[in-house]
Design a binder for this molecule. Structure first.
Ligand SMILES: C[S@@+](CC[C@H](N)C(=O)[O-])C[C@H]1O[C@@H](n2cnc3c(N)ncnc32)[C@H](O)[C@@H]1O
Length: 343
């Protein structure tokens, strides 16, 4: 298996592949219909003119899964999950992810935040995926030192992640548990949408260490709880399970992750997703909602998990579900809303 540096390799007329940086550039230029000797001139800082061997290099189209940089064992799983979107999605996964912020609507409006960022030289456009999302189009490096970021009017958050939060049935005063809170990105996004009683929990509590400060900045109250306290505070109107997953929806941010993932690790993650569903559903009040979320595009972590849960657990039905792919401008995500049948 090889990982493609580009969608072309080059081959000497008559055989033999070249994989030097120069050779790949020559192949890429030829592939795009640009004569390499117009750039390889040796003048100024330009690379040295082509050698006779290089002049005879021809582009070679790579096998599909090499060209889209997809591990062999994952390609059929992803193709089965994404269908016709497989190639476009995987091609997009080779690009850098956009920088997106979430506007804290409890403190400002989207246009208000856009103007405040523009005053600091940070340009943005409205993102179509969520009514809280702004995509940063200029000077993203200034964001972390800008006033709207420092005073909690904006937070860094992917647009699809924001769209997932917008799907949640959040009512003012609701009791909400974020069971896999991690850094608390979704806890804060939920609390900014609707005031309520927010409880954050994570099996690795140190992951939540910045949450109190981020919540303070955003003007939001969040209760950090261990597992015993989570149970004592039950029931909840909404339990969010943003479960550990392959992360296949966010491979643009961590391109090495798809090469680190193994079939055994994926199976382990799927077991843990099923276990979390089984351990937490009783925390939901009758008529309440269990929201299952992954940043994965693999059906085995998404729809198949929900179908298996509904088969083994009575008293629940799936009221809605949605998959997001990077073709919509954010990361890949899945969200299913499961309602507990009222008694
Ligand atoms: C996808 S991340 C959560 C990201 C977070 N919700 C956010 O929006 O920033 C998954 C989290 O689940 C936690 N986790 C893994 N297994 C868990 C378990 N059995 N119970 C609770 N949390 C768990 C991990 O420590 C990790 O922080």
């Amino acid at each position: 298996m090889r990982c493609a540096a580009d969608a072309v390799l080059v081959r000497l007329a008559g055989g033999g592949e070249f994989e030097t940086g120069r050779a790949l550039m020559i192949g890429a230029l030829r592939d795009k219909g640009i004569a390499p000797d117009t750039l390889f001139t040796g003048q100024g800082h330009a690379p040295a003119p082509l050698t006779p061997a290089e002049a005879s290099l021809e582009p070679v189209v790579l096998p599909r899964d090499v060209a889209i940089d997809c591990p062999d064992w994952l390609a059929p799983l992803l193709e089965g999950s994404l269908g016709d979107a497989f190639i476009p999605v995987m091609s997009l996964m080779r690009q850098r992810a956009p920088v997106t912020v979430r506007v804290n609507l409890s403190q400002t409006t989207r246009t208000g935040a856009q103007k405040a960022l523009a005053d600091e030289g940070i340009s943005t456009v409205l993102h179509p995926l969520a009514d809280t999302a702004l995509q940063v189009t200029g000077n993203p490096q200034r964001l972390r030192n800008s006033a709207p970021y420092l005073d909690g009017r904006v937070e860094l958050q992917d647009a699809a992640s924001q769209a997932v939060v917008a799907m949640l049935p959040l009512e003012s005063g609701a009791r909400v548990l974020d069971y896999c809170a991690g850094g608390g990105g979704k806890t804060l996004a939920m609390a900014a949408r609707a005031p309520g009683r927010y409880v954050a929990h994570d099996i690795a509590p140190q992951r939540m260490r910045d949450l109190p400060e981020r919540a303070r900045r955003a003007g939001i109250r969040v209760d950090l709880a261990d597992t015993a306290r989570v149970t004592a505070l039950a029931p909840y109107d909404l339990v969010l399970l943003d479960v550990p997953c392959s992360g296949s929806g966010s491979w643009r941010r961590a391109p090495e992750a798809k090469w680190a993932l193994t079939a055994a690790r994926l199976a382990e993650l799927q077991q843990s997703q099923a276990r979390i569903l089984d351990e937490t559903h009783a925390l939901v009040a009758p008529g309440g909602v269990l929201a299952y979320v992954t940043c994965s595009m693999l059906e085995s972590e998404n729809g198949e998990q929900i179908a298996a849960f509904l088969r083994r657990t009575s008293g629940w039905h799936c009221t809605s579900h949605r998959s997001f792919t990077p073709l919509e401008g954010g990361d890949g995500f899945f969200c299913a809303l499961l309602t507990r049948v009222p008694v």
